[in-house]
Design a protein around this ligand. Structure first.
Ligand SMILES: O=c1ccn([C@H]2C[C@H](O)[C@@H](COP(=O)(O)OP(=O)(O)OP(=O)(O)O)O2)c(=O)[nH]1
Length: 117
């Protein structure tokens, strides 16, 4: 039995099929998480980006979300909360089923285009 992993949120199943996070290479330290929508972030704006995924894990575990370095260097954006902490009991919670959201801050002077992947 798998002890930890990602699942697609109910509302994104079917037509809006999304790609679950995966390692870019065999030994990548983390899993790349994608945006479930295409959108734009204005300069100096923080936008909550839906991922369409939830994560299950053991009760004493935590999922941490860090930015890829290219996010700051190439896109001039960052995680508004620096590190996202996903609690084990966030999975399947009654409010939003455990939907992982990414608060992105555009610190550039230009509009940032986010593409659904
Ligand atoms: O980048 C993030 C950070 C958190 N969360 C979700 C998962 C986490 O389990 C929940 C609560 O996060 P946290 O404990 O960091 O939030 P808080 O500041 O304590 O606020 P809350 O009052 O919502 O618990 O929000 C995300 O989807 N993305």
């Amino acid at each position: 039995m798998r002890q930890r992993g990602f699942e697609t949120l109910s509302q994104y199943k079917g037509d809006e099929q999304i790609t679950l996070p995966n390692r870019a290479t065999k030994e990548s330290a983390g899993y790349d998480i994608r945006s479930a929508v295409s959108c734009e972030i204005e300069p100096n704006e923080i936008k909550l980006i839906p991922t369409g995924i939830k994560a299950y894990m053991l009760h004493d575990e935590v999922l941490k979300i860090y930015p890829r370095s290219s996010l700051a260097i190439k896109r001039k954006a960052m995680l508004a909360n620096n590190v996202g902490i996903i609690d084990a009991d966030y999975y399947n919670n009654n409010q939003n089923e455990g939907h992982i959201m990414i608060p992105l801050y555009n610190f550039s002077n230009n509009k940032l285009t986010i593409k659904k992947r």
